[in-house]
Design a protein around this ligand. Sequence first.
Ligand code: DP6
Length: 329
Amino acid sequence: MKRSARAVAHPNIALAKYWGKLEGPGNFPAVPSLSVTLAGMRTETTVRFDPALTEDRLLLQGEPATPAAAARMTKLLDRVREEAGFATRAEVISRNDFPTASGLASSASGFAALALASVRAAGLAWDLPTISDLARRSSASAARSIFGGFVTLPAGEPGIDKLPAEPFLPADHWDLVVVVAVATEQAKDVGSTEGMLRTSKTSPLYEGWLKGAPAIYERVRQALLRRDLEALGAAVEQSALAMHGTAMGADPPVVYFRPVTLAALEAVRGLRRNGTLAYATMDAGPHVKVVTEASNLDVVAAAMKEVPGIERLIVARPGPGAEVLEEEG
Ligand code: DP6
């Protein structure tokens, strides 16, 4: 058994959204999704298996993990221990270098880094698809952060037991940028796991989402291949708005939008009216992420800065997959 490993992973943003799971265990997504892994922001995680520990010691941003986060992390570590054939507890030290209030799902980079570091620390000779599958079981979007560039995650199918994400196109395929417009308002949101479960159980619109999502995903895929920003943007916005629409139809409703979200969406439409191709996507929070080509960055950034309620912008570009930084043992 290797004793410890340190890994890095980066957040990703879905251009075609995952929202909803197959019924039953395994955390299989009900729809296909496609994301871009982002450079410039990172989660670094060290896993050290230590025979002296009587339970896992889990530190996030220097603080003990909350009971809910700890339970999810221990579950992943238990899978690794079971495969490796030992019961040794681990110390996990994980840090994001991006503000957790940025609206960039830290669970994607977090579970990707944890999966890679713990597999390596345990001395398992797993390939990246197997590590991606492990990460997916904890958080489906994390499966995609194992790979760099543009990444797909197929929908699950009844009866399968493994579902990794797949690299689709390299980071340098297209000079896209994502401008993350971070909203000031920090109302506590419903987490994505709970939000999508409630949606699938109670939203009358969910059936329509399941039916429509694969075609939107296919349009995103084709537009990326052709580097067609207009077609990509239209599909990206439809994916996000259809996801939020089905969530808003839940009982009680799952509403991530705030006034600032609509103001930012209006600013993006204003950019287009003035001839700048820029498109918006939103995840389980009020923040708006604007997808555009790098040549439009200054114009887009200037417009988004003007939106009242936007606290700051983070500019992100397509980036690399998860990597091992150090192994000891
Ligand atoms: C809106 O991957 O966080 O960001 O599998 O329950 O952990 P779990 O959900 P999670 O959901 C991400 C939802 C999303 C869209 C996406 O990233 O595809």
